[in-house]
Design a protein around this ligand. Structure first.
Ligand SMILES: [Zn+2]
Length: 337
């Protein structure tokens, strides 16, 4: 997917983002996606992204972040059609060459010896399970342990790893069963850092607003929220005001963020409406902006509205991710020596 900074993007960057964005950014949610990750051809819906090798994605993000210095936490592309072990090997090899950290994709079938072997690699920070690997006929109904069995969480706990969870169930973190499971798992496995991707899969504010009394019970535990692919400013306002800056981690969800468009609420559901996938029409010409900039705009708006300090903005965009990764590395060192 070709990436360009158009007039609308330039305006958003200059008027809404630039002033808030610190000089260093830690992007803790980035995917790599390559043709040879699939035994047959690349599934049709993914062809739009083209070849997303690690250096290609890094180059695009560096271009879009202009003068900012970037660090990355990469993972592969979790899909039942993909060759997962091949992707994990690509990350192991590439992380040495390009100096980045990564999350290994885990499926419930992976053995402890396979996982421990990869975890021992110094750039491996943790696990990226995914709901599609659950044995449930409808992965949307899966519990966390249906796609991440406890014997794998035990390994993460032993090494003090980060687990980035894309929660199942329509309501994501607002689903009471997900909250109960996270309360249980974060207490039983206190050395694991949990990162709930896409603000706990909260793309619009109504669900987290209604269930915040329950979600807030996770505060003070090792549970973080990454901001990847969320473009709704109210979601950030709610989450940042309730959890403060300490539990928020920036993520772009590249290459998804290279689309032009945003996530739109329809009733109690949501959909990504983008120029590349939909015809966007109005009574005047519409010029959709990069999803990356829509997300940054929404985050910066919440930061401004809540009068967060520069230090807090820096925690969200850089320090929290850096802190978690340092903690994982120190815990791994202790375990391995
Ligand atoms: Zn993602």
């Amino acid at each position: 997917m070709k990436v360009q900074i158009k007039q609308v993007d330039e305006r958003i960057w200059n008027e809404e983002i630039k002033e808030i964005l610190p000089s260093k950014i830690f992007d803790a949610h980035v995917h790599t996606l390559k043709k040879d990750f699939f035994s047959n051809c690349v599934p049709e819906g993914l062809r739009i992204y083209g070849e997303c090798s690690v250096p290609a994605v890094q180059k695009k993000l560096s271009f879009l972040f202009q003068t900012r210095q970037l660090q990355f936490l990469f993972t592969g592309w979790p899909s039942t059609d993909a060759l997962i072990e091949k992707q994990n090997m690509y990350l192991v090899n590439c992380s040495k060459k390009y100096q980045f950290n990564f999350l290994v994709i885990v499926t419930p079938q992976f053995t402890p010896s396979y996982l421990e072997k990869i975890v021992k690699d110094k750039n491996c920070i943790g696990f990226k399970p995914y709901k599609c690997f659950s044995s449930k006929s409808d992965p949307e109904d899966a519990k966390i342990t249906d796609y991440l069995p406890e014997h794998q969480i035990e390994i993460a706990n032993e090494y003090g790893l980060l687990i980035t969870l894309h929660l199942s169930k329509r309501k994501g973190i607002s689903d009471p069963e997900n909250i109960d499971d996270l309360l249980y798992l974060s207490e039983k496995y206190p050395c694991v850092s949990w990162n709930l991707a896409h603000c706990g899969r909260s793309y619009f504010p109504e669900n987290i607003e209604k269930s915040m009394r329950n979600i807030i019970r996770l505060k003070g535990r090792n549970v973080f929220f990454d901001t990847s692919a969320v473009t709704d400013r109210c979601v950030f306002e709610i989450l940042f005001s309730e959890f403060g800056a300490d539990y928020i981690i920036y993520g772009s969800d590249a290459p998804i963020c290279f689309h032009r468009g945003k996530c739109v609420r329809f009733g109690y559901d949501w959909a990504f409406i983008t120029k590349e996938t939909h015809s966007i029409t109005a009574s005047f010409p519409v010029e959709p902006a990069l999803l990356l900039y829509e997300q940054l705009w929404a985050m910066c708006h919440a930061i401004k509205k809540l009068k967060f300090s520069k230090k807090q903005a820096n925690e969200i965009f850089f320090e929290n991710a850096e802190k978690v990764i340092k903690k994982v590395k120190s815990s791994k060192r202790k375990h391995l020596c």
